[in-house]
Design a protein around this ligand. Sequence first.
Ligand code: CA
Length: 540
Amino acid sequence: MPRFAIVALSAALLAHAVPSAAQAPIDTTWKRGGVCYEVFVRSFFDSDGDGIGDFNGLTQKLDYINDGSPASTRSLGAKCIWLMPVAASPSYHGYDTKNYYRVNPEYGTAVDFKRMVAEAHRRGIKVLVDLVLNHASTEHPFFKEAARDTLSPHRNWFRWSATKPDIKGPWGQEVWHKSPYRDEYYYGIFWSGMPDLNYDNPAVRAEANKVGKYWLKEMGVDGFRLDAVPYLVEEGTTLAGTAGTHSVLHDFAESVRATAPGAYTVGEVWDSIDIILPYYPDQLDGYFAFALSDALMDAVRTGSASKLLAPYLRMQQAMPAVRWSPFQRNHDQTRTVTALGGDIAKARLSAQLLLTLPGLPFVYYGEELGMTGDKPDERLRTPMHWTRSKAAGFTTAAPWEPLQPDSLTANVAAQANDKASMLNLYRKLIHLRSSNAALAAGELVPVDASNDAVTAFLRRDGANVVLVVANLGTTPLSGVTVSSNQGAVPIGRFATRDLLGGAAGAELDASADGTLREYVPIATLAPLQAYVLELKAIRR
Ligand code: CA
């Protein structure tokens, strides 16, 4: 069906349902100032006492993520959740799919899943599911069939070789694996349990689009996080970022847009900005900005602000901010607090910066509590800490994976009513980001600070301006000045108010030409503290 026909049809349906509406409302407003929350269902909340988190458990905890009241600061206020894989899989993490059309029975039923999606929508939470298209599981029936029988109709869905090709993966790993069924080899870039799908085969490309449609239409999700997208198509010895890979992504994204206008796709390209940029503008909607994550964590860890803003400015120049996603850490990386040497003050500062800089940020569950965790991977994905009680209120049984040792302090019950807690800092920052126009959508304008330990930047949306100044060092700094290019702020005089609730900053006189000239916003910058100063014009 041509695109215009679909648009005309949905407009007609909508006109019938809501007579006053002039056109189909495609709700993409959540991205403006929105924050996404990454959830590992297995570790979030166990509703049925088997030690494994599940869909009904997540449903019970949705109010924690967003209770649907914009003014409420009793919930985090995230506008979307990304669920790590929920499809059937033989592995605890789910990144090797056994059936793309079934939910993992350990997490519940399709009905449970759909109820969870409906309850999320009722609260204004979009639901993104992890979609693992690069590879399947060796337990997938098509792989088993193709491996056993060279005449199988699914034989060409995977890549086979009679002899072992002399090719290693990007980390020096084996990528051709001995078949357990026949004297031959199959290709799988990550692991022998994850045979790559063969996207040179048009049937595989069509199947990927069909899987996408199924989750959008049947399961009601709002989009996808796409795993490991650089590796979709191999060309000779080039295993990543090939023209074929870009073509598959383009087709998949087109199919998603045609199926569900307003759906959102974000891809994992774990690489530098140079490598990520060719995945824009006509493929997925967004990509995780690993370079920004590294810059943020390095700046806070080392106490040097000098390399923080450049990669942000580069992404801003290349693409609208809703199309790239900064974060602190994800499920594959040492958790934030652990990566920062257990320093909670640094983790707070890191959150303050992440959530006041531009982009569409993602927060990994438990980060808002200061949860710790280091490799191996299972220890990065441990059960959420809800209460001080046994198993931290995650389950009434033995949890599938032991808790972190900090569960007595880094838990929701201990922090929910403590105004100074990490949890309430996140709640405040996430709500500020969606309610303040400058923080939601303002341009990032860099400001020079007179000390290397200090980062300063403006977020400016027309007349709405916020100045963020942060001391990344561990000692107080007095008399630090900040200076901008001409016209960085509107012409005028401004009072400054700390949106995080601290004391007001100094008055700013930019009445000549909208320039900050050796302005001292805060007389003494406390160590490891950000100031989020809203500029309010003073009228005479
Ligand atoms: Ca369970």
